[in-house]
Design a protein around this ligand. Structure first.
Ligand code: ZN
Length: 156
Protein backbone atom coordinates (compact mmCIF):
# COMPACT_ATOMS: atom_id res chain seq x y z
CA UNK A 1 0.00 0.00 0.00
CA UNK A 2 1.24 3.44 -0.81
CA UNK A 3 0.21 7.03 -1.07
CA UNK A 4 0.09 8.19 -4.69
CA UNK A 5 0.46 11.72 -5.98
CA UNK A 6 -2.84 13.39 -6.79
CA UNK A 7 -2.90 14.90 -10.28
CA UNK A 8 -3.99 18.53 -10.36
CA UNK A 9 -6.17 20.38 -12.86
CA UNK A 10 -4.28 21.27 -16.03
CA UNK A 11 -3.00 17.72 -16.49
CA UNK A 12 -4.56 16.10 -19.58
CA UNK A 13 -5.13 12.83 -17.78
CA UNK A 14 -8.07 14.45 -15.97
CA UNK A 15 -9.95 15.18 -19.20
CA UNK A 16 -9.65 11.76 -20.83
CA UNK A 17 -12.21 8.98 -20.90
CA UNK A 18 -11.11 5.99 -18.84
CA UNK A 19 -11.11 2.41 -20.08
CA UNK A 20 -13.17 -0.32 -18.45
CA UNK A 21 -11.28 -2.73 -16.21
CA UNK A 22 -11.24 -6.07 -17.99
CA UNK A 23 -9.20 -8.23 -15.67
CA UNK A 24 -9.49 -8.13 -11.90
CA UNK A 25 -5.98 -8.97 -10.81
CA UNK A 26 -3.42 -8.01 -8.17
CA UNK A 27 -2.39 -4.91 -10.10
CA UNK A 28 -5.95 -3.58 -9.90
CA UNK A 29 -6.32 -4.58 -6.24
CA UNK A 30 -3.09 -2.86 -5.24
CA UNK A 31 -4.15 0.22 -7.20
CA UNK A 32 -7.45 0.23 -5.27
CA UNK A 33 -5.52 -0.16 -1.99
CA UNK A 34 -3.26 2.75 -2.91
CA UNK A 35 -6.24 4.87 -3.92
CA UNK A 36 -7.87 4.23 -0.53
CA UNK A 37 -4.62 5.16 1.28
CA UNK A 38 -4.33 8.29 -0.84
CA UNK A 39 -7.97 9.21 -0.20
CA UNK A 40 -7.64 8.84 3.58
CA UNK A 41 -4.41 10.79 3.62
CA UNK A 42 -5.99 13.62 1.63
CA UNK A 43 -9.05 13.96 3.86
CA UNK A 44 -11.37 13.94 0.84
CA UNK A 45 -14.50 11.84 0.34
CA UNK A 46 -13.72 10.36 -3.07
CA UNK A 47 -10.91 9.67 -5.49
CA UNK A 48 -10.99 8.38 -9.06
CA UNK A 49 -8.17 6.53 -10.83
CA UNK A 50 -7.39 9.34 -13.31
CA UNK A 51 -6.60 11.52 -10.27
CA UNK A 52 -3.63 9.25 -9.62
CA UNK A 53 -2.77 9.19 -13.33
CA UNK A 54 -4.44 5.90 -14.28
CA UNK A 55 -7.08 5.85 -17.03
CA UNK A 56 -9.17 3.00 -15.67
CA UNK A 57 -12.78 2.99 -14.49
CA UNK A 58 -12.05 2.76 -10.76
CA UNK A 59 -13.01 5.00 -7.85
CA UNK A 60 -12.97 4.89 -4.08
CA UNK A 61 -15.43 6.75 -1.86
CA UNK A 62 -15.83 7.15 1.88
CA UNK A 63 -18.29 9.72 3.19
CA UNK A 64 -17.73 8.49 6.75
CA UNK A 65 -19.65 5.22 6.50
CA UNK A 66 -16.81 2.99 5.30
CA UNK A 67 -14.92 2.47 2.09
CA UNK A 68 -16.78 1.89 -1.16
CA UNK A 69 -14.78 0.58 -4.10
CA UNK A 70 -16.21 1.14 -7.56
CA UNK A 71 -15.08 -0.96 -10.51
CA UNK A 72 -16.63 -0.08 -13.90
CA UNK A 73 -19.44 1.81 -12.11
CA UNK A 74 -22.60 3.03 -13.78
CA UNK A 75 -25.38 5.24 -12.52
CA UNK A 76 -28.59 3.35 -13.27
CA UNK A 77 -31.16 5.58 -11.55
CA UNK A 78 -31.38 9.13 -10.29
CA UNK A 79 -34.01 10.96 -8.30
CA UNK A 80 -34.51 14.53 -7.14
CA UNK A 81 -32.10 17.42 -7.14
CA UNK A 82 -29.91 19.08 -4.51
CA UNK A 83 -27.74 22.14 -5.05
CA UNK A 84 -24.76 22.15 -2.71
CA UNK A 85 -21.11 23.05 -2.39
CA UNK A 86 -18.67 20.73 -4.03
CA UNK A 87 -14.90 20.52 -4.23
CA UNK A 88 -12.29 18.20 -5.72
CA UNK A 89 -8.87 16.97 -4.61
CA UNK A 90 -7.55 17.85 -8.07
CA UNK A 91 -8.74 21.47 -7.75
CA UNK A 92 -7.44 22.51 -4.33
CA UNK A 93 -9.31 25.40 -2.69
CA UNK A 94 -11.88 25.61 -5.48
CA UNK A 95 -15.44 25.26 -4.28
CA UNK A 96 -18.67 25.86 -6.10
CA UNK A 97 -22.37 25.02 -6.08
CA UNK A 98 -23.39 22.08 -8.24
CA UNK A 99 -26.81 20.51 -8.84
CA UNK A 100 -26.80 16.78 -8.29
CA UNK A 101 -29.52 14.16 -7.89
CA UNK A 102 -30.68 13.71 -4.27
CA UNK A 103 -30.54 9.96 -4.73
CA UNK A 104 -28.71 7.66 -7.12
CA UNK A 105 -28.46 3.94 -7.65
CA UNK A 106 -25.08 2.70 -8.88
CA UNK A 107 -24.08 -0.63 -10.34
CA UNK A 108 -20.47 -1.70 -9.95
CA UNK A 109 -18.35 -4.80 -9.81
CA UNK A 110 -16.75 -6.02 -6.61
CA UNK A 111 -13.26 -7.54 -6.47
CA UNK A 112 -14.68 -10.97 -7.35
CA UNK A 113 -16.36 -9.59 -10.45
CA UNK A 114 -19.86 -9.78 -8.99
CA UNK A 115 -22.38 -7.07 -9.79
CA UNK A 116 -23.11 -4.99 -6.70
CA UNK A 117 -25.67 -2.25 -6.24
CA UNK A 118 -25.20 0.86 -4.12
CA UNK A 119 -27.79 3.41 -3.18
CA UNK A 120 -26.67 6.85 -2.12
CA UNK A 121 -28.45 9.94 -0.91
CA UNK A 122 -27.24 13.52 -0.51
CA UNK A 123 -23.46 13.59 0.04
CA UNK A 124 -23.02 9.98 -1.06
CA UNK A 125 -25.14 10.56 -4.18
CA UNK A 126 -23.02 13.63 -4.91
CA UNK A 127 -19.80 11.63 -4.44
CA UNK A 128 -21.02 8.87 -6.78
CA UNK A 129 -21.85 11.44 -9.49
CA UNK A 130 -18.61 13.38 -9.03
CA UNK A 131 -16.36 10.29 -9.06
CA UNK A 132 -18.11 8.59 -11.97
CA UNK A 133 -17.87 11.81 -14.02
CA UNK A 134 -14.10 11.76 -13.44
CA UNK A 135 -14.04 8.44 -15.35
CA UNK A 136 -15.42 10.27 -18.38
CA UNK A 137 -12.94 13.11 -18.06
CA UNK A 138 -15.47 15.54 -16.60
CA UNK A 139 -14.50 17.82 -13.73
CA UNK A 140 -17.09 19.34 -11.36
CA UNK A 141 -15.78 22.77 -12.31
CA UNK A 142 -17.52 22.40 -15.70
CA UNK A 143 -20.83 22.70 -13.79
CA UNK A 144 -19.77 25.73 -11.75
CA UNK A 145 -20.55 29.29 -12.87
CA UNK A 146 -18.70 30.99 -10.06
CA UNK A 147 -16.32 29.64 -7.44
CA UNK A 148 -16.92 30.67 -3.84
CA UNK A 149 -14.77 31.46 -0.83
CA UNK A 150 -15.35 28.38 1.31
CA UNK A 151 -14.57 30.13 4.61
CA UNK A 152 -17.06 32.92 3.92
CA UNK A 153 -19.64 30.41 2.73
CA UNK A 154 -19.38 28.28 5.89
CA UNK A 155 -20.05 31.34 8.07
CA UNK A 156 -23.47 31.81 6.44
ZN1 ZN B 1 -12.84 15.17 -8.03
Amino acid sequence: MAIRTIVKVGDDVLTKKCRAVEKLDDRIFSLLDDMADTLYESGGVGLAAPQVGVLKRLSVIDVGDGLIELINPEIVKTEGNVRDLEGCLSLPNKWGYVDRPQKVVVHSLDRDGNLVEFEGEDLLARAFCHEIEHLDGILFSSHVDEFVDIDEERKK
